[in-house]
Design a protein around this ligand. Sequence first.
Ligand code: 4AD
Ligand code: MG
Length: 468
Amino acid sequence: MKTMGRTKIVDVLKSEAFGTTVNVKGWVRTRRGSKQVSFIALNDGSTINNVQIVVDVEKFGEDFLKPVTTGACISVNGLLVQSQGQGQNAEIQATEIEIYGTADPVAYPLQKKGHSMEFLREIAHLRPRTNTFGAIFRLRHHMAIAIHKFFHDRGFFYFHTPIITGSDCEGAGLMFQVTTMNINNPERSEDGQVNYENDFFGKETGLTVSGQLEGELAAMALGAIYTFGPTFRAENSNTPRHLAEFWMIEPEVAFNEIAENMQLAEDFIKYCIQWALDNCMDDIRFLNDMFDKGLIERLQGVMKHDFIRLTYTEGIRILEEAVAGGHKFEFPIYWGADLASEHERYLVEAHFKRPVILTDYPKEIKSFYMKQNEDGKTVRAMDVLFPKIGEIIGGSQREEDYDKLCTRADEMGVPRKDMWWYLDTRRFGTAPHSGFGLGFERLLLFVTGMSNIRDVIPFPRTPNNAEF
Ligand code: 4AD
Ligand code: MG
């Protein structure tokens, strides 16, 4: 077969160089046709759209074409011609075909028929080859690029925080342990406790639950930073919104107070959604038509209005009124309760019909580092609540006062001796500052319209599931 430079299918479909010869390579989605002519729908992942390859059966021979079945990988040289069919601009009349790899139709699990999302999770090694997951993973890429661009354009520095850490930032005790000790027979001190002094790091360590604390150190020097990295939580909650391994984006800005933090969060999410609408419309349209007829409308809807800003106390009042009016929630609602996603979604979907930023939560249900309000009861927390998702962002203004921070750490059982470096920022040149964390997969749930978080990350990690 004549070697020539490969053209990606995304470019072939846009090309008007009819009459020239091109080479495409990709995986066969379908092959159909008659004794005379065969039509191959070929996809190379560069776009959701397939290019049609028109094959003269007599020229190539039925035996040669027999293994060109769904899932096979081929390289095709051919003439680019204007498509007769509707929708597509260009198709290719094959002159030469090389078969790179066949896919036995009996064994290959991705045949034409629609598969359930549950089944596709079991074959996560092959699901990127489906239209749905191709669309999702292209969107995932575009959102990552949008995030870097948003912050870079605004003078934020991308800062790398450690993945292995000795501090449990959120203080929720959800860390996965990291050790090289023999867990069947760990070294113990005289009191019977495991002795970590001879462990790899000479202390107890785990996978990070958040890069925030280290991010704050950087914000106190570089002014405005963001992290974007993997985050781990041994949260035994089997919900459609939780992963044990997820990606988080955490901006942290010196001198920002809570109002500026809220505005940054709103601008940031809107920028990402606009980016998706501007750059990923083929994929979004596919997901809209296949799964979620309201997707495009929901994405455009978020862009139209300012997010509601509301205190937790006002939020509770609205929820209590809903209960008084006959609305049933699974979990009880009262001042001091941690909101469940049903409560968050009630505020967003039923009451305001747009995203809500809830602030000033009771200090008991939030982390030790949040700035304490004058009332002595609440802290300057902010959660951004989204339709269909619930909490998409969690953040706060930080407590910059050394004594107040130490007192709160003690009250909440956060060991000061492990946090000396964090507390030092409040001893040396402390400043008001704020930040937040966006769950990358929660953003992707919103942008793709998927209903389970396991379907927006290539290889989900959840309780009892670490295959692939
Ligand atoms: O609200 P969280 O726990 O906040 C923090 O970690 C702060 N340190 C962030 C900061 O202020 N810099 O988590 C932030 C976001 C949540 O709003 C949610 O979107 C996502 O991270 N998230 C998860 N996503 C998937 N699976 C999980 N188990 C998640 N836990 C949190
Ligand atoms: Mg939170």
